[in-house]
Design a protein around this ligand. Structure first.
Ligand code: AMP
Ligand code: ZN
Length: 493
């Protein structure tokens, strides 16, 4: 399998082409993560899932993968779709909103939503990245890069900050097509700043001694621009040139365009050999918006009783390069399909006593053929709709017989492990026999109850704290207060 070519659409050259690795057998990959000012929504997760599927496919091909995906916890402003962003820092704005009232400061808010994002990541069965750096942990590297860009004549200081001079980069615009001449359109809404040489120049550093997150720099107190964080972190963990960079389609301009300009001006080398962008998710044919009531987070849907793996199924059912229209019906349909994988597991366990960790390739069988076709589909620009159809075809072969012979069960186990590795649509059921969904009590997940209880205790409302403990207990969930925090377990019956 290892000699198979992995082809992906490259947004820079605008063709589907093989993913070329600088170091044979080792993929160095950076993908843009969330801004942790709120819960990530299912659209964000569609983009993160593209990264996960690339990593899974690479690993099935036998490649080593170094995957960096960041957490943006400073510098991402509200008006981020123009060449040089304006508005408030999203983190600060969130702290001053109704939802922000529960946090004492912006650091606590970032920590909270960062943790929630990691929980949702795990629930949707995304692979663990090699490293998940935070922008605030790499301010030093961002300052060093900004200073070097000034020294090389690519950036300049003004009374409001340090700006990248897009005129110093003849290639600016090569990814998005927003070249300097065509930038008039893109800068239409930019907040005018008369200190800049031209309005398309974008901030590397914002001077601001009132900002809630500020650092001291050669230009005084302030905070980094949003784009510089990804340039600095990609280089810190992956080197000057990386194999692949990904994000959602809105990241192409200005975020990735600006990353390319900064990184290439700094190193004098190509930044990334390949660019992948995920098309936006829509809900019931419309853009997701809180005001429309069609805005979903992963936890919203799990609280409604949906299986996280069914949500994963629905989110990856359409290839990343096509817009996805997410519907509640698609989620209900997915629920039945992920159950097929569990039924295969039950039949394997019935035949073999347990789910084997690994099994030999069932050479020459239909399952081997179907697994090969499933991998081929993923290598063909992540054709998830074909790959999933192949996974389901495999379950039909397995479920044809009510009782599996041990040889058939071993082959089925091998196939299920391929589905697990490549698509993540099945994972071993825990020993208590329950799918590893978190219990939901009165429409709220246990983790959320634990948080509400912690808030009640913090507010010295011990009656409420005890009520929550008892309500969960009555629903079969036991809480344990440990020095590291409160944990839960299903009560043994
Ligand atoms: P943000 O938290 O806004 O920085 O977004 C995190 C990632 O989610 C970025 O790569 C965005 O491009 C991506 N994204 C945002 N909205 C959607 C959507 N509706 N569908 C797919 N990806 C999205
Ligand atoms: Zn980024």
């Amino acid at each position: 399998m290892a000699d198979r070519t992995f082809r992906l659409y490259d947004s820079m050259s605008r063709v589907v082409k093989p993913l070329e690795l600088l170091e044979p057998g080792h993929l160095r990959f950076y993908s843009c993560g969330p801004t942790v000012y709120s819960y990530a929504h299912i659209g964000n997760f569609r983009s993160f899932l593209t990264g996960d599927l690339i990593v899974r496919t690479a690993k099935e091909l036998g490649w080593r993968v170094t995957w960096v995906t960041n957490i943006t916890d400073v510098g991402h402003l509200t008006q981020d779709d123009v060449a040089d962003a304006g508005g408030e820092d999203r983190m600060e704005k969130a702290l001053h909103s109704k939802e922000g009232e529960r946090f004492s400061n912006v650091w606590e808010l970032a920590e909270y939503y960062g943790e929630k994002y990691r929980e949702d990541w795990e629930r949707l069965n995304l692979s663990e990245p090699t490293v998940r750096p935070k922008a605030t942990q790499h301010v030093r590297e961002q300052i060093v890069m900004t200073q070097a860009l000034i020294d090389k004549g690519h950036a300049y200081e003004t009374p409001t900050g340090v700006y990248f001079d897009v005129d110093s980069d003849p290639d600016y615009g090569k990814l998005s097509g927003n070249t300097r001449d065509g930038l008039k359109e893109a800068v239409r809404d930019v907040v005018l700043d008369e200190n800049k040489r031209q309005q398309a120049d974008f901030a590397l550093w914002k001077k601001d001694d009132k900002h809630l997150m500020q650092w001291f720099s050669p230009w005084g107190w302030g905070f980094p621009g949003w784009h510089i964080e990804c340039s600095a972190m990609a280089r810190a963990y992956l080197g000057d040139t990386i194999d692949l960079h990904s994000g959602g389609e809105d990241n192409m301009f200005p975020h990735h365009e600006c990353e390319i300009a900064q990184s290439e001006a700094f190193t004098g080398k190509p930044f990334s050999s390949h660019w992948v962008h995920t098309r936006f998710l829509q809900v019931e044919g419309e853009k997701m918006a809180k005001s429309k009531g069609n805005f979903f987070t992963v936890r919203d849907l799990i609280e409604q009783g949906f299986d996280p793996l069914a949500l994963r199924y629905a989110l990856i059912s359409v290839p990343y390069g096509k817009p996805l229209n997410f519907t509640m019906q698609s989620l209900r349909d997915a629920q039945g399909n992920v159950e097929r994988f569990r039924e295969c597991e039950r039949r394997i366990v019935a035949a073999l006593g347990s789910m084997p960790e690994g099994a030999d390739t069932p050479t020459g069988t239909d399952l081997e053929r179907v697994a090969g076709e499933m991998l081929a589909a993923m290598c063909d620009d992540l054709n998830t709709s074909v790959a999933i159809a192949k996974a389901i075809e495999g379950t039909k072969i397995i479920l044809r017989q009510n009782e599996l012979s041990s040889a058939d069960a071993a082959a089925a186990a091998w196939f299920l492990r391929r589905v697990e590795g490549l698509l993540g649509l099945w994972r071993v059921t825990p020993e208590d026999g329950c799918a590893d969904t978190e219990p939901v009590v009165d429409g709220v997940t246990v983790s959320e109850w634990i948080e509400r209880r912690a808030t009640a205790k913090k507010n010295k409302d011990f009656t409420e704290a005890d009520r929550i403990r008892e309500a969960l207990n009555a629903a079969g969930v036991e809480l344990r207060d440990t020095p590291g925090g409160t944990t839960w377990a299903k009560k043994q019956v």
